[in-house]
Design a binder for this molecule. Structure first.
Ligand code: HEM
Length: 458
């Protein structure tokens, strides 16, 4: 037993009364790196309060699975997220969440997702055609923006059979503004009332109304027409809770539609952006990916069967999310006193899991900073699973009952897009751009959303 096991978790030292407020605002990734370098469980002080950091798979499993019922989403971050997503699957809790999850789950079965592969493939083919036409001989593009538009189109088509990226200026512009202001709302040094009539707040609510209007119109139109659609919105509208016989009302449909757009599009877009960036740094990986895509796809669009054969593209996508998990950390509040790894965690404390640092834990990953998609070769995955809580050494979608409902959807989309783009193009960092820094906003995105890459046809 070491000296700390008497009770308190080791603490990352902080100067001044405010503790880590300033360093978490100015350098969140660095602060978390320093904390995780200290140990697997480390406290950070914010004014008079402590937040308890978890950086080891065994302890993450404790929070997410073994004692998950003790950890709720009653934190400041989720309160603000409710402004954005309403009371949808990401933000709701308890019986309401359980019912919504039960209703939504069938829409994410593998066979359903197979039905969306064609939308994903056509949207990617159109982007590739646009790049090809512009790339004579090369094109420099902000990959971040391209990936946001691509995943927004896919999210729109799969959610409501509409290419809402066509309404990008109306919807995409509003989404962008909402996300920017959201960062400010959650990171203001003192709680910042979102209803004060500041310019930022007024524009935020205008943008929110805009998004809601687009989605509410869609729901209303759908209620009126008798057309049959095979999209998530229809599945939600038709779904009947087996236990209660209830269906979702318009408010719930709107919240779930906002949730699917919000949770589904930016996360996948940043993962894809980082993947293309990493391919630009690792030509040998890019060549192997292109060879696989050529052998499996040839000149055909992907189908559910061929996507499942794109094993290397899938490994590249996973390895990207290991190094750059779109959701890089998350927090919960302890409902009751708990003990994690022998340390006391008091009732009401904020506990956070640093996914990005956990994904680089040296007990699970050799040379953890190195990009190496072969780590996800089946035999190496199997070997990792034999380590303590090995399954939780890679949790981009978290784990347990609150695991991402769209994980299979995202993996299918990520694999397919990477294979199709990697087959046709080679990517290179724009001259003059050094290493692109990661910036933790709602997701872990390239700094300022700026990722210019030079695109060469293969
Ligand atoms: C690479 C892409 C994605 C990543 C990394 C990701 C990650 C996550 C994570 C970490 C959570 C847990 C959040 C929390 O506990 O607060 C989550 C939840 C969720 N995700 Fe995803 N996600 C991705 C794509 C998607 C897609 C494509 C969809 C929908 C089409 C989606 C829908 C959701 C929903 C509805 C939840 C809430 C589930 C629940 O609590 O029941 N996600 N996701």
């Amino acid at each position: 037993m070491n000296q700390f096991q008497a009770g308190q978790m080791p603490e990352l030292e902080a100067k001044g009364w405010s503790g880590h407020f300033a360093s978490m605002r100015s350098d969140p990734l660095g602060t978390m790196e320093r904390a995780s370098a200290m140990g697997d469980l480390v406290r950070l002080r914010f004014g008079p309060f402590y937040a308890y950091g978890v950086f080891h798979p065994v302890h993450a499993q404790h929070v997410l699975v073994q004692n998950a019922q003790n950890y709720e989403k009653q934190t400041r971050g989720y309160a603000k997220l409710r402004l954005l997503l309403g009371n949808g699957l990401v933000t709701s809790e308890g019986d309401f969440w359980r019912r919504q999850r039960r209703i939504a789950q069938p829409a994410f079965h593998r066979e359903r997702i197979a039905g969306f592969v064609q939308n994903m493939a056509e949207a990617t083919r159109d982007l590739a055609s646009r790049w090809s036409q512009a790339a004579s001989p090369t094109l420099t593009s902000n990959i971040s923006e391209d990936m946001m538009k691509l995943t927004l189109r896919i999210a729109g088509e799969t959610l409501c059979s509409r290419d809402i990226s066509g309404e990008a200026d109306r919807l995409g512009g509003s989404l962008k503004h909402v996300l920017e202001h959201f960062h400010w709302l959650t990171n203001a040094p003192i709680p910042y009332p979102e209803y004060w009539p500041t310019l930022g707040n007024v524009r935020f609510w205008q943008a929110m109304r805009n998004i809601e209007r687009v989605l509410a119109d869609l729901i209303e139109e759908r209620r009126r027409s008798n057309e049959v659609h095979h999209d998530l919105l229809s599945m939600f509208m038709e779904a009947v809770d087996e236990e209660t016989g209830e269906q979702m009302d318009d408010r719930q449909l709107l919240d779930e539609a906002k949730t699917m757009l919000g949770a589904g599009h930016e996360t996948t877009a940043v993962a894809l952006s980082w993947a293309l960036y990493l391919l630009s740094q690792h030509p040998e990986v890019a060549d192997r990916l292109a060879e696989e895509a050529e052998a499996v796809l040839g000149d055909k669009l992907p189908t559910p069967e061929t996507v499942s054969q794109l094993t290397y593209a899938n490994q590249v996508f996973n390895e990207t999310m290991r190094l750059y998990p779109p959701v890089w950390a998350f927090a919960r509040r302890a409902k009751d006193d708990d003990t994690i790894g022998g340390f006391r965690v008091p009732k009401g404390a904020i506990v956070f899991v640093g996914i990005r640092d956990l994904h680089r834990h040296p007990e699970y990953w050799e040379n953890p900073q190195t990009f190496d998609p072969d780590r996800f070769a089946p035999e190496r995955v199997e070997a990792r699973r034999k380590l303590p809580s090995g399954k939780h050494s890679f949790i981009p979608f978290i784990a347990g009952q609150r695991k991402c409902i769209g994980d299979h959807f995202a993996l299918t989309e990520g694999t397919l897009v990477l294979a199709m783009l990697g087959q046709r193009f080679r990517f290179e960092r724009k001259p003059g751009y050094q290493e692109i820094a990661a910036e933790p906003r709602l997701t872990l995105r390239p700094k300022d959303g700026d990722l210019p890459l030079v695109i060469h046809p293969r």
